[in-house]
Design a protein around this ligand. Structure first.
Ligand code: COA
Length: 223
């Protein structure tokens, strides 16, 4: 085995005990978080559960918003990426992006003020929320990227001393709900996810999706 491969395997072994430890990124020096997962273990799930060759997850930088808009679809004149980045700038969220080969392949936003739906705010307003989780293009799904984003979000909340984290899942998305259950999330509150966007003609579209807010409580052993 070559030295490079031994170093990579050593790093992966270390991450079995300490998954998602931070490392420095030359591309985004101001990013607080960067994770490398996988590396030369093609076709196998690594300790972190990610099947693609290599991936990093980092906070979104301002200059990356346009790239996200090009690669990852979002409705409306002001893209959801721009809005998520603006909230990050304001300090109310952390916008995480997964990168593979220089392309964004997924993202999610940790909203520190919790889910905005009044039904959820009333009961779980102090529970940070993973919002807008998605993996693109579709061919990249089911390879562990979504799970890696969720784990990264959980780690952020833990580092801030949080004891739990939540996310909303559409009632018509049983596969996603199954994934969240597997990762330790439990149904906590039904709610209507109300959101709107303005199309290129300036028309505002109101959307309301029936969802369930699911919560994961962190265990003392870090699971
Ligand atoms: C849901 C989603 C974020 C999961 O990300 P992912 O990278 O595919 O997830 P992982 O690879 O870590 O886990 C895959 C598991 O997610 C589940 N899953 C949920 N929705 C899925 C979808 N649309 N396609 C594939 N898998 C999906 C499956 O149970 C799958 O398990 P499997 O690999 O054993 O078949 C991603 O599939 C996606 O972007 N879906 C469309 C947008 C969406 O539904 N977002 C969730 C909003 S609550």
């Amino acid at each position: 085995m070559e030295l490079g491969q031994r170093l990579i395997l050593g790093e992966l072994r270390r991450r079995v005990r300490l998954p998602f430890g931070p490392v420095q990124s030359k591309e985004s020096p101001s990013a607080l978080l960067t994770w490398f997962l996988g590396c030369e273990l093609d076709g196998e799930r690594t300790a972190a559960g990610c099947k693609i060759g290599s991936m990093r997850i980092a906070e979104c930088q301002e200059h990356e918003v346009a790239l996200l808009d090009r690669h990852i679809p979002s409705p409306g004149v002001v893209s959801s990426h721009a809005r998520r980045h603006a909230r990050q700038q304001a300090g109310s969220s952390t916008f995480l992006v997964a990168w593979h080969d220089g392309q964004p392949v997924g993202s999610c936003e940790v909203r520190w003020d919790g889910c905005t739906a009044p039904e959820v705010q009333a009961a779980h307003g102090d529970c940070p929320e993973i919002n807008g989780l998605g993996v693109w293009p579709e061919s990249f799904r089911s390879q562990g990227i979504g799970t890696a984003l969720i784990r990264a979000a959980e780690e952020l909340v833990r580092k801030r001393g949080g004891k739990r984290i939540g996310l909303g899942v559409d009632e018509n998305n049983p596969r996603a709900a199954a994934l969240y259950s597997r990762l330790g999330y439990h149904p906590a509150a039904p709610y209507l996810d109300r959101w709107s966007y303005q199309d290129v003609e300036g028309v505002t579209h109101q959307v309301a999706d029936a969802c369930t807010f699911m919560i994961k409580r962190f265990q003392p052993d870090g699971s």
